[in-house]
Design a protein around this ligand. Sequence first.
Ligand code: PBG
Length: 323
Amino acid sequence: MVYPGDRPRRLRTSAAVRGLVRETRYEPAQLVLPMFVGEGLTEPRPVSSMPGVVQHTRDSARAAVAEAAELGLGGVMLFGVPEHKDASGSGALDPAGILNVAIADARSEAGDALVVMSDLCLDEFTDHGHCGVLDDRGRVDNDATLEIYGRMAVAQAEAGAHWVGPSGMMDGQVGVVRAALDAAGQVDVAILAYAAKYASAFYGPFREAAGSSLVGDRRTYQQDPANGREALREVLLDVAEGADVVMVKPALGYLDLVAAIRDRVSVPVAAYNVSGEYAMLEAAAERGWIDRERAIDETVTSIRRAGADIVLTYWAAEIARRR
Ligand code: PBG
């Protein structure tokens, strides 16, 4: 008999041994809960493609933010679902617009107990559903959009956002947002840059959750899923323009980029476990095809193992409740 010289199984013999040698852990403080707040809702509206997720009323959003803080979550990422939309997404700039009031509500509820983050993008506010304004030929106008993003960032900061998350993938958006915030005296408001954001099929359920009315697609501004090196280019540009944190989105199909980016930059790296990733796991669990809780834990563990410091996930509160 030739005995194996090396026995990795020795370090898997009991839960205690496995716990001692476990390389990756995560805490509620590293998780961020994305939340949708609907204008004019009198009760929370379930999102059918995301079981367990709702469009909140202002009141239920406040309660959810308070709970998130009590659970020790690192933050909440707020999305507004306006009642009225127009071509320029003017609801995004209005201090009485749903996202800005939701930010103010969250801040008054949680203070500094967690990080209040807001999505900085026009797609929920435009009637055509694009992330920017259109030129006379119907194309998304990069530089005209930047000017609006700058004002939107100031509106969100004034409402009380700790971090703003420019997610529209316009060229130069981080620099413009930083300059606008600084000029308004909002020097402590940080930028979570959706730096490497792909034109992904996995945002499908988000369209329902955010009430987005997009016709067409976002391929002229979001990245081609086939391109990895390009993500590094986008990240380095965003860091140079002043991003405080860079994010990869979606997470699961893009863990190679999370790892590569973690190696290349010294700012914190976040990853967004998106709506479609949530929906497919929930759908499989509902059919009894996978063990739901283990699959959720494995999902978040894998994103952390790849190198993400921060994970945005719709399961954040549930995970924290289980601790
Ligand atoms: C843009 C935005 C989107 C998501 C977050 N911010 C939609 C898109 O870019 O098409 C998707 C999040 C998810 O799918 O969970 N405002």
